[in-house]
Design a protein around this ligand. Structure first.
Ligand code: PEP
Ligand code: MN
Length: 362
């Protein structure tokens, strides 16, 4: 279904060919002076920056700062007029979206707590139906790629073609050093489902602290993301929301300078030839791997038949333990992580047992 999406290239609307595209600005718009000073500082670093500031803030518990509201949209307008930076803010319902259109916000983003709710996403999609405005969709808080794709589809069905995803990490039960676990494999799943979709990483909300932002930014670039959204505040410690994870414009400049932007493709013929050769070797290794698995399953089938003839049970725990001991030893020798090999083999073992079950009952 997602194959039918019509998504425009980032170059059609980013208005800069800088890689990565940078979206920066405070978590929340707090005061006019904070919004304007941050914007002027950012402009000095890079006039291609897109200026972010939350106007309506989704807070976990009531009572903390929930955003400055509509008044902040006037400040964003002033940012545009004075600095020329383009602006973006979070919308969580139709009214937010309508107010943003009214005040000339350039780009909308849908927050992680909104992406989880198809009713809210649909409401926003209906409010901006047919309007030519870019929309960035943050991943849902829970690790569900389909829900993320679903939100993009709802917008696309209503004529929004300037779309991008923002990867801001996921809530998980396992303890983590991150505020929101990056779960890179989900980003990779999204990219393979929608290869034409531009992707932006939000290291600020992944990390929840300042220290790891540079590391996560580099990691995201190495996975070929198109842009970074980084929360930036003139006095981070005094920020009214997300104080621990915001960095100063100067720290942002240093961080961006230190990043290594690698190309997804290279035109160097020596590199492309070598890569081609290595890929051919990988293809051959994959073929061998599949063939070896095929042989293993054939053997397991033979064992199944033999067990049936001799009226022996399928699962013999002692044999499975013996296989595991041997695998642990071999994993050590080959430098594989035992846990990974065990995972791989429980899949293989499960498939063998299934096959033998079919034989027994066939
Ligand atoms: C934000 O960008 O400030 C924000 C609230 O993000 P998220 O929706 O990713 O939590
Ligand atoms: Mn924030």
């Amino acid at each position: 279904m997602s194959k039918e999406m019509n998504i425009e290239a980032l170059s059609n609307w980013a208005k800069t060919d800088q890689r990565p595209l940078v979206i920066a600005g405070p978590c929340s718009a707090e005061t006019e002076i904070q919004v304007m000073t941050t914007a002027h500082e950012l402009k000095k670093i890079n006039p291609g920056i897109i200026y972010r500031a939350g106007i309506w803030k989704p807070r976990t518990r009531p009572g903390s700062f929930e955003g400055i509201g509509e008044e902040g949209l006037l400040w964003l307008k002033k940012v545009k007029e004075e600095t020329g930076l383009r602006t973006t803010t979070e919308v969580a319902n139709a009214q937010h979206a309508e107010l943003c259109l009214k005040h000339g916000v350039d780009i909308l983003w849908i927050g992680a707590r909104t992406t989880v709710n198809p009713f809210s996403v649909q409401e926003i999609a209906d409010a901006i139906k047919g309007v030519d405005i870019p929309v960035l969709v943050k991943n849902p808080v829970n690790p569900d790629v389909q829900l993320w794709i679903g939100a993009l589809e709802r917008l696309n069905k209503n004529g929004i073609t300037k779309l991008a995803a923002i990867h801001r990490g996921f809530n998980t039960f396992e303890p983590s050093i991150f505020r929101n676990s990056p779960q890179w494999e989900l980003l990779i799943q999204l990219k393979s489902a929608l290869p034409e979709l531009p992707v932006i990483c939000d290291p600020s909300h992944i990390c929840g602290n300042r220290e790891m932002i540079a590391y996560i930014s580099q990691k995201a670039l190495d996975l070929d993301v198109d842009g970074l959204m980084i929360e930036t505040h003139i006095q981070p410690d005094l920020a009214w929301s997300d104080a621990k994870q915001q960095i100063t414009p100067r720290a942002l400049a240093l961080l961006l300078e230190a990043l290594t932007v690698r190309q997804a493709k290279s035109n160097d013929p020596v590199f492309t030839d070598k890569l081609k050769e290595l890929r051919e070797q990988i293809d051959r290794a994959d073929e061998k791997l599949l063939y070896t698995l095929h042989e293993r399953f054939k053997l397991s089938e033979q064992i199944g038949k033999y067990k049936k003839e001799n009226k022996v049970t399928i699962l013999q725990t002692s044999r499975w333990n013996e296989i595991q001991d041997k695998l642990n030893m071999q994993s050590d020798l080959l430098g594989f992580e035992k846990e990974w090999v065990n995972k791989l083999y429980s899949l293989i073992h499960e498939a063998s047992i299934k096959k033998q079950n079919e034989i027994m009952n066939g």
